[in-house]
Unconditional design. Structure first.
Length: 212
């Protein structure tokens, strides 16, 4: 199965990608991870990406697309893949089409903005062991203290409400138009994100059952 996952930051794409990957035995392709891998391997495109990142500039679409294309043609993806975080825009989606990549489905996980803000601003992280919690959904036994190592929890900058709202604005203006782009191709599947992770997973499983 060749799948794209869409959804706002905090919609739960990463968790669902892990579960889909395990279920269908296909790799999840994260743009960030592939960029870092290409730089570590010292590929031609990896070197180009590194030069942009070291200067503080955004890596151009053509370099990102080239790195993704290289990986899609590898043996790791011969039975399918999940694209998480790519494409992020219509031009990237058009470039994917131009590469001749045929998709089976584009799954969009829908969660209201106010719920995203609640989810992300309530997240707490342990700087010592990396454990994550949520003040509503997965609270610690002692408020503000990690259950595992006793370290004081912090809020990541990315999870601050003003940062979340800014990221949502970017998503709605740049990435969300992809829903219409793929809907017109008959590829879009929409799932409403639920309060409970297992409930969302059940809906995702049902939506993808025809690909088994």
């Amino acid at each position: 199965m060749k799948l794209i996952l869409l959804g706002a930051p905090g919609a739960g794409k990463g968790t669902q990608a892990e579960r889909i990957s395990e279920r269908f035995q296909i790799p999840t392709i994260s743009t960030g991870e592939r960029l870092r891998a290409a730089m570590k391997e010292g590929t031609e495109l990896g070197k180009r990406a590194q030069s942009y990142m070291e200067s503080g500039a955004l890596v151009p679409d053509e370099v990102v697309i080239g790195i993704i294309k290289e990986y899609l043609s590898s043996d790791s993806c011969k039975n399918g893949f999940i694209l998480d975080g790519f494409p992020r825009s219509i031009p990237q989606a058009e470039a994917l089409d131009a590469m001749g990549v045929e998709l089976d489905a584009v799954l969009s996980i829908e969660v209201a903005d106010e719920k995203i803000v609640e989810r992300m601003s309530g997240r707490r992280v342990c700087t010592e062991c990396g454990s994550t919690y949520h003040v509503i959904y997965t609270p610690t036994k002692v408020s503000g203290v990690c259950d595992k190592c006793g370290t004081e929890l912090t809020i990541r900058k990315d999870d601050a409400p003003e940062t979340v709202l800014s990221r949502l604005e970017t998503y709605h203006s740049i990435t969300e138009p992809l829903k219409e782009f793929y809907s017109e191709k008959g590829l879009l599947i929409t799932v409403e994100g639920q309060e409970k992770l297992e409930d969302t997973s059940a809906l995702v499983n049902a939506a993808l059952s025809r690909f088994e």
